[in-house]
Design a protein around this ligand. Structure first.
Ligand SMILES: CC(C)(COP(=O)(O)OP(=O)(O)OC[C@H]1O[C@@H](n2cnc3c(N)ncnc32)[C@H](O)[C@@H]1OP(=O)(O)O)[C@@H](O)C(=O)NCCC(=O)NCCS
Length: 333
Protein backbone atom coordinates (compact mmCIF):
# COMPACT_ATOMS: atom_id res chain seq x y z
CA UNK A 1 0.00 0.00 0.00
CA UNK A 2 1.31 3.42 -0.87
CA UNK A 3 0.42 6.27 1.43
CA UNK A 4 0.62 9.74 -0.10
CA UNK A 5 1.17 12.66 2.18
CA UNK A 6 0.17 16.09 0.84
CA UNK A 7 3.33 18.16 0.54
CA UNK A 8 3.27 21.71 1.84
CA UNK A 9 4.36 24.33 -0.64
CA UNK A 10 7.92 25.26 0.32
CA UNK A 11 8.03 28.73 1.77
CA UNK A 12 10.60 31.17 0.58
CA UNK A 13 13.69 31.75 2.69
CA UNK A 14 16.31 34.40 1.99
CA UNK A 15 16.27 37.90 0.52
CA UNK A 16 13.61 39.20 -1.84
CA UNK A 17 12.23 42.62 -2.87
CA UNK A 18 9.73 44.01 -0.41
CA UNK A 19 6.09 43.44 -1.36
CA UNK A 20 4.12 46.43 -0.13
CA UNK A 21 0.82 44.54 -0.35
CA UNK A 22 1.70 41.94 2.24
CA UNK A 23 4.94 42.82 4.04
CA UNK A 24 4.14 46.13 5.71
CA UNK A 25 2.74 44.79 9.01
CA UNK A 26 5.69 42.44 9.53
CA UNK A 27 8.28 45.03 8.50
CA UNK A 28 6.79 47.55 10.91
CA UNK A 29 6.84 45.04 13.74
CA UNK A 30 10.49 44.32 12.96
CA UNK A 31 11.36 48.04 12.93
CA UNK A 32 9.53 48.54 16.20
CA UNK A 33 11.39 45.65 17.80
CA UNK A 34 14.77 46.78 16.49
CA UNK A 35 14.53 50.57 16.78
CA UNK A 36 11.81 51.00 19.42
CA UNK A 37 11.67 54.55 20.67
CA UNK A 38 14.44 55.71 18.32
CA UNK A 39 12.38 55.18 15.18
CA UNK A 40 11.96 58.37 13.12
CA UNK A 41 8.81 60.53 12.96
CA UNK A 42 7.34 58.86 9.88
CA UNK A 43 8.01 55.47 11.37
CA UNK A 44 6.31 56.46 14.62
CA UNK A 45 3.22 57.60 12.73
CA UNK A 46 3.05 54.19 11.13
CA UNK A 47 3.78 52.24 14.28
CA UNK A 48 1.04 54.03 16.21
CA UNK A 49 -1.49 52.14 14.12
CA UNK A 50 0.46 48.90 13.98
CA UNK A 51 -2.00 46.94 16.16
CA UNK A 52 -4.61 47.06 13.41
CA UNK A 53 -2.15 46.60 10.56
CA UNK A 54 -3.10 43.01 9.83
CA UNK A 55 -6.70 43.99 9.22
CA UNK A 56 -6.06 46.97 6.96
CA UNK A 57 -6.44 46.32 3.25
CA UNK A 58 -3.30 47.00 1.23
CA UNK A 59 -4.81 49.86 -0.73
CA UNK A 60 -5.17 51.85 2.52
CA UNK A 61 -1.47 51.41 3.14
CA UNK A 62 -0.63 52.45 -0.36
CA UNK A 63 -2.38 55.78 0.30
CA UNK A 64 -0.31 56.42 3.39
CA UNK A 65 2.71 58.54 2.41
CA UNK A 66 4.73 57.20 5.33
CA UNK A 67 4.11 53.58 4.24
CA UNK A 68 5.10 54.39 0.69
CA UNK A 69 8.53 55.27 2.11
CA UNK A 70 9.04 51.54 2.59
CA UNK A 71 8.10 50.67 -0.98
CA UNK A 72 11.57 50.07 -2.43
CA UNK A 73 14.04 47.72 -0.84
CA UNK A 74 14.62 44.18 0.31
CA UNK A 75 13.43 41.97 3.12
CA UNK A 76 14.91 38.73 4.43
CA UNK A 77 12.33 36.05 4.95
CA UNK A 78 12.62 32.76 6.81
CA UNK A 79 9.64 30.43 6.46
CA UNK A 80 7.24 33.28 5.89
CA UNK A 81 8.65 35.39 8.70
CA UNK A 82 10.44 38.65 7.91
CA UNK A 83 13.59 38.97 9.98
CA UNK A 84 15.54 41.59 8.00
CA UNK A 85 14.85 44.78 6.08
CA UNK A 86 16.65 47.54 4.21
CA UNK A 87 14.79 50.35 2.45
CA UNK A 88 15.95 52.58 -0.41
CA UNK A 89 14.57 56.07 -0.93
CA UNK A 90 14.86 57.95 -4.17
CA UNK A 91 15.53 61.69 -3.95
CA UNK A 92 14.81 64.72 -6.09
CA UNK A 93 18.46 64.73 -7.17
CA UNK A 94 19.10 62.35 -10.08
CA UNK A 95 21.38 59.45 -9.15
CA UNK A 96 21.19 60.16 -5.41
CA UNK A 97 19.66 57.43 -3.23
CA UNK A 98 19.24 57.08 0.52
CA UNK A 99 19.21 53.89 2.59
CA UNK A 100 17.12 53.74 5.78
CA UNK A 101 15.58 51.14 8.11
CA UNK A 102 18.44 48.67 8.00
CA UNK A 103 17.37 46.14 10.60
CA UNK A 104 17.94 42.48 11.41
CA UNK A 105 16.05 40.59 14.12
CA UNK A 106 18.36 40.07 17.16
CA UNK A 107 18.11 36.24 16.86
CA UNK A 108 19.56 36.28 13.34
CA UNK A 109 22.46 38.73 13.60
CA UNK A 110 26.07 38.09 12.56
CA UNK A 111 25.03 35.73 9.78
CA UNK A 112 25.71 38.13 6.92
CA UNK A 113 22.03 39.08 6.42
CA UNK A 114 22.46 42.85 6.57
CA UNK A 115 25.52 42.67 4.36
CA UNK A 116 23.60 40.75 1.68
CA UNK A 117 20.62 43.14 1.87
CA UNK A 118 22.97 46.11 1.46
CA UNK A 119 24.71 44.46 -1.49
CA UNK A 120 21.35 43.89 -3.17
CA UNK A 121 20.52 47.55 -2.64
CA UNK A 122 23.81 48.64 -4.21
CA UNK A 123 23.05 46.36 -7.21
CA UNK A 124 19.58 47.87 -7.49
CA UNK A 125 20.92 51.42 -7.43
CA UNK A 126 23.61 50.52 -9.96
CA UNK A 127 20.96 49.04 -12.27
CA UNK A 128 19.10 52.37 -12.06
CA UNK A 129 22.31 54.22 -13.07
CA UNK A 130 22.55 55.64 -9.56
CA UNK A 131 25.60 57.68 -8.66
CA UNK A 132 25.67 57.49 -4.87
CA UNK A 133 23.99 56.00 -1.84
CA UNK A 134 23.86 58.01 1.36
CA UNK A 135 22.91 56.96 4.86
CA UNK A 136 22.96 58.20 8.42
CA UNK A 137 24.01 56.15 11.42
CA UNK A 138 24.18 57.05 15.11
CA UNK A 139 27.85 57.74 15.77
CA UNK A 140 28.08 55.21 18.61
CA UNK A 141 26.49 52.38 16.57
CA UNK A 142 29.67 50.35 16.08
CA UNK A 143 27.93 47.33 14.52
CA UNK A 144 26.28 49.36 11.76
CA UNK A 145 29.33 51.53 11.13
CA UNK A 146 31.50 48.42 10.73
CA UNK A 147 28.92 46.94 8.40
CA UNK A 148 28.89 50.01 6.15
CA UNK A 149 32.66 50.44 6.24
CA UNK A 150 33.11 46.82 5.20
CA UNK A 151 30.94 47.63 2.16
CA UNK A 152 33.15 50.62 1.14
CA UNK A 153 30.95 53.38 2.50
CA UNK A 154 33.06 56.38 3.51
CA UNK A 155 32.36 58.96 6.18
CA UNK A 156 31.32 62.41 4.95
CA UNK A 157 31.03 63.92 8.42
CA UNK A 158 29.19 63.90 11.72
CA UNK A 159 26.31 66.23 12.52
CA UNK A 160 25.22 66.87 16.10
CA UNK A 161 21.67 67.97 16.87
CA UNK A 162 21.74 70.52 19.72
CA UNK A 163 18.55 71.49 21.53
CA UNK A 164 17.40 73.93 24.15
CA UNK A 165 14.11 75.54 25.14
CA UNK A 166 13.78 79.25 24.26
CA UNK A 167 13.17 79.94 27.95
CA UNK A 168 16.50 78.33 28.89
CA UNK A 169 18.60 80.11 26.25
CA UNK A 170 21.49 82.12 27.68
CA UNK A 171 22.60 85.19 25.77
CA UNK A 172 26.28 85.35 24.90
CA UNK A 173 28.63 88.28 24.28
CA UNK A 174 29.01 89.07 20.56
CA UNK A 175 32.76 89.69 20.90
CA UNK A 176 35.41 87.58 22.58
CA UNK A 177 37.30 90.54 23.98
CA UNK A 178 34.34 91.70 26.06
CA UNK A 179 34.14 94.99 24.16
CA UNK A 180 30.45 94.26 23.62
CA UNK A 181 30.47 94.80 19.89
CA UNK A 182 31.35 92.37 17.12
CA UNK A 183 31.36 92.72 13.34
CA UNK A 184 28.42 94.43 11.68
CA UNK A 185 25.55 91.97 11.15
CA UNK A 186 22.63 92.80 8.93
CA UNK A 187 19.72 91.06 7.25
CA UNK A 188 20.37 89.19 4.00
CA UNK A 189 19.32 91.37 1.07
CA UNK A 190 16.92 89.85 -1.48
CA UNK A 191 19.47 90.06 -4.31
CA UNK A 192 22.08 88.15 -2.23
CA UNK A 193 20.30 84.77 -2.33
CA UNK A 194 22.82 83.23 -4.75
CA UNK A 195 25.76 84.43 -2.67
CA UNK A 196 24.13 82.97 0.45
CA UNK A 197 23.73 79.61 -1.29
CA UNK A 198 27.38 79.67 -2.39
CA UNK A 199 28.47 80.47 1.16
CA UNK A 200 26.40 77.56 2.49
CA UNK A 201 27.98 75.19 -0.04
CA UNK A 202 31.48 76.38 0.83
CA UNK A 203 30.84 75.99 4.55
CA UNK A 204 29.08 72.62 4.77
CA UNK A 205 29.54 69.49 2.65
CA UNK A 206 26.39 69.44 0.46
CA UNK A 207 25.70 65.78 1.29
CA UNK A 208 25.41 66.63 4.99
CA UNK A 209 22.00 68.10 4.21
CA UNK A 210 19.59 65.27 4.90
CA UNK A 211 17.37 64.01 3.35
CA UNK A 212 17.33 66.66 0.62
CA UNK A 213 20.24 68.59 -0.78
CA UNK A 214 19.96 72.31 -0.21
CA UNK A 215 17.98 73.73 -3.14
CA UNK A 216 19.89 76.42 -5.01
CA UNK A 217 17.10 78.92 -4.28
CA UNK A 218 16.98 78.11 -0.57
CA UNK A 219 17.79 81.69 0.41
CA UNK A 220 15.59 83.33 -2.20
CA UNK A 221 12.95 85.68 -0.91
CA UNK A 222 10.29 87.64 -2.77
CA UNK A 223 6.56 88.12 -2.84
CA UNK A 224 5.44 84.58 -3.81
CA UNK A 225 7.76 82.92 -1.38
CA UNK A 226 6.63 85.26 1.40
CA UNK A 227 3.02 84.45 0.54
CA UNK A 228 3.66 80.70 0.57
CA UNK A 229 5.50 81.01 3.89
CA UNK A 230 2.63 83.03 5.33
CA UNK A 231 0.07 80.37 4.42
CA UNK A 232 2.32 77.59 5.74
CA UNK A 233 2.87 79.37 9.06
CA UNK A 234 6.57 79.57 8.22
CA UNK A 235 8.97 82.41 8.89
CA UNK A 236 12.62 82.54 7.86
CA UNK A 237 15.10 85.22 8.83
CA UNK A 238 18.71 85.28 7.69
CA UNK A 239 21.47 87.45 9.12
CA UNK A 240 24.82 87.95 7.45
CA UNK A 241 28.20 89.51 7.85
CA UNK A 242 30.54 90.55 5.03
CA UNK A 243 34.24 91.13 4.41
CA UNK A 244 35.63 94.49 3.31
CA UNK A 245 34.74 93.65 -0.31
CA UNK A 246 31.13 93.24 0.74
CA UNK A 247 31.22 89.47 0.11
CA UNK A 248 29.19 87.29 2.44
CA UNK A 249 31.47 85.42 4.83
CA UNK A 250 29.11 84.43 7.66
CA UNK A 251 25.43 83.62 7.85
CA UNK A 252 22.95 82.72 10.56
CA UNK A 253 19.36 81.77 9.87
CA UNK A 254 16.25 80.83 11.86
CA UNK A 255 13.39 78.86 10.37
CA UNK A 256 10.20 78.93 12.45
CA UNK A 257 7.18 76.79 11.62
CA UNK A 258 3.98 76.14 13.53
CA UNK A 259 4.24 73.20 15.88
CA UNK A 260 7.96 72.62 15.32
CA UNK A 261 11.18 73.61 17.05
CA UNK A 262 12.83 76.75 15.73
CA UNK A 263 15.66 75.55 13.51
CA UNK A 264 18.78 77.64 13.44
CA UNK A 265 21.91 77.26 11.33
CA UNK A 266 25.27 78.98 11.25
CA UNK A 267 27.52 78.91 8.19
CA UNK A 268 30.98 80.47 8.11
CA UNK A 269 33.26 80.68 5.08
CA UNK A 270 36.30 78.40 5.74
CA UNK A 271 38.68 81.39 5.61
CA UNK A 272 36.75 82.92 8.52
CA UNK A 273 36.31 79.83 10.69
CA UNK A 274 36.63 80.65 14.36
CA UNK A 275 36.03 84.38 13.92
CA UNK A 276 32.34 84.85 13.23
CA UNK A 277 30.57 82.07 15.09
CA UNK A 278 30.23 84.05 18.33
CA UNK A 279 28.73 87.25 16.90
CA UNK A 280 26.34 85.32 14.66
CA UNK A 281 25.15 83.02 17.43
CA UNK A 282 24.76 86.03 19.76
CA UNK A 283 22.61 87.68 17.09
CA UNK A 284 20.43 84.59 16.59
CA UNK A 285 19.90 84.28 20.34
CA UNK A 286 18.82 87.93 20.56
CA UNK A 287 16.35 87.29 17.75
CA UNK A 288 15.04 84.11 19.35
CA UNK A 289 14.00 86.12 22.41
CA UNK A 290 11.46 87.90 20.15
CA UNK A 291 10.08 84.72 18.59
CA UNK A 292 7.39 82.45 20.10
CA UNK A 293 8.65 80.35 23.01
CA UNK A 294 9.54 76.91 21.65
CA UNK A 295 12.41 74.49 21.52
CA UNK A 296 15.36 75.55 19.43
CA UNK A 297 17.44 73.13 17.40
CA UNK A 298 20.80 73.64 15.72
CA UNK A 299 22.43 70.91 13.64
CA UNK A 300 26.15 71.44 13.32
CA UNK A 301 29.29 69.43 12.42
CA UNK A 302 30.53 67.75 15.60
CA UNK A 303 34.20 68.52 14.97
CA UNK A 304 33.66 72.29 15.20
CA UNK A 305 35.12 72.93 18.64
CA UNK A 306 34.42 76.66 18.53
CA UNK A 307 30.70 76.11 17.95
CA UNK A 308 30.54 73.26 20.45
CA UNK A 309 31.84 75.57 23.20
CA UNK A 310 29.55 78.43 22.19
CA UNK A 311 26.45 76.23 22.05
CA UNK A 312 27.22 74.85 25.50
CA UNK A 313 27.73 78.42 26.76
CA UNK A 314 24.30 79.35 25.37
CA UNK A 315 22.82 76.35 27.23
CA UNK A 316 22.21 74.06 24.28
CA UNK A 317 22.54 70.32 24.91
CA UNK A 318 23.80 67.84 22.33
CA UNK A 319 21.07 65.25 21.76
CA UNK A 320 22.66 62.91 19.25
CA UNK A 321 25.35 62.80 16.62
CA UNK A 322 24.74 61.15 13.29
CA UNK A 323 27.53 59.96 11.03
CA UNK A 324 26.74 60.55 7.36
CA UNK A 325 28.20 57.93 5.04
CA UNK A 326 28.36 57.62 1.30
CA UNK A 327 28.93 54.89 -1.26
CA UNK A 328 30.25 56.06 -4.61
CA UNK A 329 28.59 53.59 -6.95
CA UNK A 330 31.06 54.18 -9.77
CA UNK A 331 33.98 53.17 -7.58
CA UNK A 332 32.46 49.79 -6.64
CA UNK A 333 31.70 46.75 -8.74
C1 LIG B 1 23.56 46.63 12.29
C2 LIG B 1 22.78 45.35 11.91
C3 LIG B 1 21.77 45.70 10.82
C4 LIG B 1 23.79 44.32 11.38
O1 LIG B 1 23.06 43.19 10.92
P1 LIG B 1 23.73 41.74 10.77
O2 LIG B 1 22.90 40.93 9.86
O3 LIG B 1 24.02 41.19 12.11
O4 LIG B 1 25.11 42.12 10.07
P2 LIG B 1 26.03 41.13 9.23
O5 LIG B 1 25.99 39.76 9.85
O6 LIG B 1 25.68 41.23 7.79
O7 LIG B 1 27.46 41.78 9.51
C5 LIG B 1 28.24 42.34 8.50
C6 LIG B 1 29.42 43.05 9.15
O8 LIG B 1 28.95 44.13 9.98
C7 LIG B 1 29.80 44.26 11.14
N1 LIG B 1 29.04 43.93 12.34
C8 LIG B 1 27.79 43.45 12.42
N2 LIG B 1 27.41 43.34 13.71
C9 LIG B 1 28.45 43.73 14.45
C10 LIG B 1 28.66 43.86 15.86
N3 LIG B 1 27.72 43.52 16.74
N4 LIG B 1 29.83 44.38 16.27
C11 LIG B 1 30.78 44.74 15.41
N5 LIG B 1 30.65 44.63 14.06
C12 LIG B 1 29.49 44.15 13.60
C13 LIG B 1 30.90 43.25 10.95
O9 LIG B 1 31.92 43.91 10.20
C14 LIG B 1 30.22 42.19 10.11
O10 LIG B 1 31.12 41.42 9.38
P3 LIG B 1 31.72 40.08 10.08
O11 LIG B 1 30.57 39.34 10.70
O12 LIG B 1 32.33 39.38 8.91
O13 LIG B 1 32.71 40.56 11.09
C15 LIG B 1 22.07 44.73 13.13
O14 LIG B 1 22.99 44.62 14.19
C16 LIG B 1 20.88 45.55 13.62
O15 LIG B 1 19.74 45.34 13.16
N6 LIG B 1 21.13 46.49 14.56
C17 LIG B 1 20.08 47.34 15.11
C18 LIG B 1 19.54 48.30 14.08
C19 LIG B 1 20.60 49.20 13.51
O16 LIG B 1 21.45 49.69 14.24
N7 LIG B 1 20.51 49.45 12.20
C20 LIG B 1 21.41 50.32 11.50
C21 LIG B 1 20.82 51.68 11.47
S1 LIG B 1 21.84 52.81 10.58
Amino acid sequence: MVITVPTQARRHSGPRPINLNKDIPQVLRLLELVFGASVDVDGRQLLTGSASLGQQPAFIWRLNPAASRLALGYVWEIDGRIIGNATVLTTETAGRYLVVNVAVHPDYRRQGIARRLMQLIADLVRSQNGREILLQVVKENVAARNLYRSLDYTIIGNMTAWYTASSRLRSIEPANNGSGSGPHIRELRPQEWRAAYRLDQASLHPDLNWPKMLPSDAYRTGFWRALANFFNGRKIETWVTTNTNNQLVGLGSILSEWGRSHQAIIRIHPVWYGQLERPLLAKLIRRLYYLPRRNVRIDHPDNDEVMNKLLAEANFQPRRTLTHMRLDINKTS
